[in-house]
Design a protein. Structure first.
Length: 263
């Protein structure tokens, strides 16, 4: 497995696949490694060379016990692209990965061709927070909290019909200190002031029934980023990209195809 070295010396494990002519960076959710994308990654391989990585604190990457930030995760993406020799890439970020993608596009516009923001939020005081009932369910005892998270990610019937494991529910080998630091990093994200400066063509995708990250945040992002396009997937929850892949993957592929000529 190849590694890039971040600016502060942390080893970042990354993975590539596919044989397409353009690079597509896929960014996973909070406290998850690259396996977040396992169920759908092949959908993009005919058109794109996909790149994933293990966030610091997850997978095969370094796990320093020091503050993490969304800005730092974005810098880790730059380190991976540099290691690959990729000047520009399409970027598809979901959940916390969408937060990373926002910062990447705003701070490093020269590296982002087209941007897809899935099931994510601008963060900060303008964001719409999940309800107290959702917070209470996620704070319950282990098995109950995991079931609650599963049913926030997927429709209950879909989730119950599959044995798992579900990589979208977190990296089981992640140390406790890294899990806490991921949570703090995500909670401190606030891209509101930076979003009007995003110049990459942008698609915002969200499940209409997402309670983990309320759908109102998709409207905020689409209204804040110049020229952004919004698409809601009816009936989908947080992991829309997996359960509703037959809708979501073609939607993203079509959008990226429109912007293959972006220079």
């Amino acid at each position: 497995m190849p590694y890039a070295e971040s600016g502060d010396g942390v080893r970042i494990a990354y993975q590539t696949g596919g044989g397409g002519s353009s690079v597509l960076v896929l960014l996973a959710g909070q406290a998850c490694n690259h396996h977040w994308w396992d169920a759908v990654r092949d959908d993009f391989h005919a058109a794109h060379r996909t790149v994933t990585f293990d966030y610091r604190g997850t997978g095969e990457s370094g796990k320093p016990d020091e503050p993490y930030s969304i800005e730092g995760f974005a810098q880790d993406v730059i380190a991976v692209l540099d290691d690959l020799g990729a000047d520009r890439a399409h970027v598809y970020g979901t959940s916390m990965g969408g937060r990373v993608a926002q910062v990447l596009a705003a701070r490093h516009p020269e590296r982002v061709r087209a941007l897809v923001l899935g099931c994510t939020s601008p963060g900060g005081p303008h964001a719409v927070e999940r309800g107290n009932d959702v917070r209470k369910a996620l704070a319950g005892p282990g098995a109950a909290a995991r079931r609650a998270l599963g049913e926030l990610m997927y429709t209950p019937a879909w989730f119950a019909a599959r044995p798992g494991p579900f990589p979208t529910l977190g990296d089981p080998a992640m140390p406790a200190h890294a899990r806490r630091r991921h949570l703090v990093a995500s909670n401190r994200h606030d891209a509101w002031d930076a979003l009007p400066g995003v110049c990459a063509p942008t698609l915002v995708v969200h499940g209409s029934d997402d309670l983990l990250n309320p759908v109102a945040n998709a409207h905020l992002l689409a209204g804040r980023i110049p020229g952004a396009r919004l698409h809601l997937i009816p009936g989908a929850r947080h992991a829309y990209f997996e359960e509703f892949r037959t809708t979501a993957s073609p939607l993203v592929l079509d959008f990226l195809a429109e912007h293959e000529a972006v220079t």
